[in-house]
Design a binder for this molecule. Structure first.
Ligand code: TGC
Ligand code: FAD
Length: 391
């Protein structure tokens, strides 16, 4: 397979500090040495290389942009660069780390008591406890406010009933961050549910043609009793769940750039080697160059806007509408890059001997989860017109 040397058309790296470049290089080396040799077989088998949990933890990637509890305290730019490199390997790897970090640990870091944080965050940072984030239900995906899962207070316990689906890391998790409506107020609230409690079930979803290397589960709660102390006191309302999504969506935007880089770079190198018509490389044909020119232009634009957005986040000035814009546009860009790159490899483009088709399939999920393309379009539309179109 071709050697990857990064994608930097317009001195992007000149905007990164020494520390940021070092963090990116660390993630890139890990992916290159330890993940890429494994991914094709795992994608075929529909499995995740769980043995990488400890090395990922040792590198400090879990909860990397959180402070305290053993977390690395990276900037959001450094964290974004890690997400980019992980997804250059495969979206499943980025999801594995970002569900743990940006959704589950972030929810606990933001909304939990001191005791809850001490109980879970150090273990999660070390990869000794895995988390999942259970918001989506079978009939409530884009519109989680309609959720049916309920938590009823019974003495010093809550009793939880409901079903969540499409939950990344659901069957791997030791702790689930669960969003349910409180029975007395009908208001959404966040809870911590240990997955060894009676009545909890997790069943993996098989036959996915996208994200095959990611563990995705349906998670059931049948009279699951948790101590009242397991409520996340500050996780009040859908807004709290959406706050976690805003955090994770930025990492997804970075990850999409990584997948696009992998596809572009593979197509560029392939078209220089592949010869057709008078023994000329196909890269010498204008129509092929047009595709590569489009790809590098779109990737470069995404790099700069995403870096700018993330620097705004580090300065505390990024809004969730900004995040919607880059999640939407980067996912769309990466999917289109993957489709065009696939075409440039001809028949070889549809095999798993090259990474493009795998990325292309994964990016269909990236377009859908954490707010579909349409939903982010409507968030932007609502912002610029002042007229929400959801209802
Ligand atoms: P709405 O009335 O618009 O908002 C309620 C309150 O929340 C505020 N808000 C946000 N706050 C932070 N971040 C955001 N992104 C926010 N969006 C809205 C809003 O200002 C309001 O505040 P306040 O003070 O006025 O109360 O709520 P709505 O019910 O109309 O919903 C809006 C909508 C449709 C945009 C929202 O429901 C949505 O984003 N839907 C998409 C659902 C989604 O993204 N699900 C993702 C599930 S997790 C997942 O996919 C993980 S995959 C990860 C992996 O494997 O990598
Ligand atoms: P729907 O909401 O049914 O949407 C179907 C189509 O209708 C979409 O094109 C959508 O854009 C469109 N649509 C819906 N409403 C409107 C509207 N008002 N206007 C215009 N178009 C509209 N969820 C979690 O909680 N935790 C996880 O860890 C998690 N991991 C996931 C992993 C994978 C591999 C996948 C595929 C999903 C995951 N999800 C997770 C769920 C994901 O967030 C949802 O799939 C997503 O929010 C969309 O919901 P839905 O699939 O029910 O689609």
């Amino acid at each position: 397979m071709f050697e990857f040397r990064g994608v930097d058309f317009m001195e992007f790296d000149s905007l990164l500090s020494e520390e940021e470049l070092l963090v990116r290089q660390t993630a890139r080396q890990f992916v290159e040495d330890q993940f890429i040799p494994l991914i094709t077989q795992h994608f075929r088998d529909g499995t995740f290389p769980n043995e990488l949990t400890a090395p990922i933890a040792d590198l400090g990637f879990f909860g990397a942009n959180l402070d305290g509890y053993g977390c690395a305290g990276l900037s959001n730019v450094e964290y974004g660069l890690v997400m980019q490199e992980l997804e250059r390997g495969d979206t499943a790897l980025r999801s594995f780390v970002s569900v743990q970090s940006s959704l589950s640990m972030y929810a606990i870091h933001s909304y939990a008591t001191g005791e809850q944080k001490q109980r879970w965050l150090p273990a999660m940072q070390q990869g000794k406890a895995m988390g999942c984030f259970a918001l989506t239900e079978p009939n409530f995906g884009s519109n989680p406010s309609g959720m049916l899962t309920r938590a009823v207070r019974d003495g010093d316990e809550y009793v939880i009933n409901g079903e969540k689906t499409w939950i990344t890391n659901g069957s791997l998790a030791d702790i689930a961050v669960v969003w349910a409506k409180l029975d007395d107020t009908d208001r959404i609230h966040g809870f911590l549910v240990e997955t060894d409690r009676p009545g909890f079930s997790a069943v993996d979803l098989h036959n996915k043609l996208s994200m095959r290397a990611s563990t995705t589960s349906s998670v059931g709660f049948s009279n699951v009793r948790i101590p009242a102390a397991n409520i996340l006191p500050e996780a009040k309302g859908l807004k709290a769940a959406l706050g976690c999504l805003t955090n994770a969506r930025l990492g997804i935007a970075w990850g999409a750039i990584g997948a696009a880089m992998a596809c572009y770079d593979c197509a560029r190198q392939y078209t220089i080697l592949r010869k057709q018509f008078d023994d000329r490389p196909i890269a010498s044909h204008q129509l092929v160059q047009s595709e590569l020119a489009w790809m590098i232009s779109e990737i470069t634009k995404a790099q700069f806007i995403t870096l700018h957005a993330t620097r705004l986040k580090d300065a505390g000035r990024l809004s969730h509408v900004h995040v919607s814009m880059i999640k939407r546009s980067n996912a769309e860009m990466a999917l289109e890059v993957a489709r065009r790159a696939r075409d440039l490899l001809g028949a070889n483009g549809i095999t798993d001997e090259y990474p493009i088709f795998r990325h292309m399939c994964n990016l269909e999920t990236v377009k859908t989860y954490e707010g579909t393309h349409n939903i982010h379009t409507l968030i932007l539309g609502s912002h610029v017109t002042g007229i929400p179109a959801f209802t």
